[in-house]
Design a binder for this molecule. Structure first.
Ligand code: ADP
Ligand code: MG
Length: 362
């Protein structure tokens, strides 16, 4: 009996040791899933280990030996690069929704990804599986280059269209249309329960940056001595941007010669913000027209606006009004944070991808 007990004890000891070994093994092959939103203006990363980063998608190299000495760096990333932009040659790896493919810009993009990953402080020995959400056009045109460029950073990587990642985050996967208004492009993607094909997406270059440029043009043509920078226009748009009926006055300080004057820019802002709507209506209607007729009604009544441009006041109602002339539709603005929904959706998708899928990529 006693010896029997002892044996049992020994057995349980063996089992515990095995368990410990198993545990140790599990620890050494920790799997971390990462959702990345590689947008024109921002890069966002979210991991299954609960870490995240949101950074400007900008890289700066000192213009000369003096700036390099003063900044004490050979390369600056994100917000830091923007802060010192006058002393730097600035690179934005994604332009007009497409990854720039010259060596300098590719190196910049790679450096920025590495910088963001390093700031997440992930364990060196973890396996990392990433979904890279990019503008719709880049997901089709630059898929190979992006996969190649990032394969050194991750155990497995897959490229997906950002608006699809947004839909995935919202759990809206059937007969839904996402209108993602970013900085460089507006991407429209219809979701029909599968990964989208190129014909499910449309993209055009009228988005946040276009509004900023239009605003500068109209203010400087009304007031010829006004000096409006891109940063100012962006700031005013982000504070007051609206479409339709104005809810308040938009009075801003505009630099003229050596001083500033107060100007109301309500009409200029309205025109600039509304200028991106006609192509949105065109994109929506063409994606509806080429959809299965049985599901068109559901699709047109399930339109979600996301991206930084979704913060333009009244954008949902205005698109809805414009759509009413061409068959109608129901439009809502994303309720979640528009800047992180893409990376969160990409993370969710990475977690949900079957093991077999990742195995095929490795
Ligand atoms: N409150 C706001 N109102 C209007 N536009 C905004 C607001 N906040 C940010 N934006 C604009 O959204 C754009 C960035 O959106 P984002 O979805 O991050 O772009 P991307 O995915 O292209 O990096 C920029 O043009 C920015 O100025
Ligand atoms: Mg985006």
């Amino acid at each position: 009996m006693a010896s029997g007990k002892k044996n049992n004890k020994d057995e349980s000891k063996v089992k515990t040791e095995e368990k410990t070994e198993e545990k140790t093994e599990e620890k050494t092959i920790e799997k971390i899933f990462i959702g990345v939103d590689f947008g024109t203006s921002k890069i966002a990363m979210t991991t299954s280990s609960g870490k995240s980063i949101l950074e400007q998608n900008v890289v700066g190299y000192p213009k000369d030996a003096i700036s390099s000495k003063f900044l004490k760096k050979e390369v600056l990333y994100g917000a830091e690069a923007l802060k010192h932009r006058v002393a730097l040659n600035i690179h934005r790896p994604i332009e007009c929704g497409v990854l720039k493919t010259n060596k300098e810009d590719l190196d910049a993009a790679k450096g920025l990804l590495e910088y963001c990953l390093n700031s997440l402080n992930l364990p060196d020995d973890a396996e990392t599986y990433a979904i890279l959400g990019v503008p719709a056009k880049a997901s089709v045109l630059s898929k190979k280059i992006l996969t190649e460029m990032t394969k050194d950073f991750f155990t497995g990587v897959m490229v997906a269209s950002d608006p699809f990642c947004v839909a995935y985050e919202l759990g809206l996967l059937e007969n839904v249309m996402v209108v993602d208004i970013g900085a460089g492009t507006t991407d429209i993607c219809r979701v029909r329960g599968t990964l989208p094909e190129p014909e499910d997406m449309t993209s055009f270059g009228k988005a946040g940056d276009y509004i900023d440029d239009s605003l500068i043009k109209s203010i400087t043509s009304d007031y010829t001595s006004a000096m409006v920078t891109k940063e100012m226009a962006k700031r005013w748009k982000e504070e007051y941007g609206f479409v339709g009926e104005p809810s308040k006055d938009c009075e801003v300080d505009v630099p003229v010669d050596s001083s500033t004057i107060k100007l109301s820019i309500v009409q200029e802002l309205k025109d600039a913000c509304e200028s991106i709507v006609p192509p949105i209506i065109e994109g929506i209607t063409s994606l509806i027209a080429t959809y299965d007729p049985d599901f068109r009604e559901e699709l047109r009544n399930n339109i979600i606006v996301s991206g930084g441009g979704s913060l333009i006041k009244n954008i949902d109602e205005f698109i809805e009004e414009e759509l009413s002339i061409v068959g109608g539709g129901k439009v809502t603005v994303i309720k979640e944070d528009p800047f992180t929904a893409g990376s969160k959706g990409a993370l969710k998708l990475a977690i949900d991808m079957p093991d077999d899928y990742w195995k095929k990529l490795i």
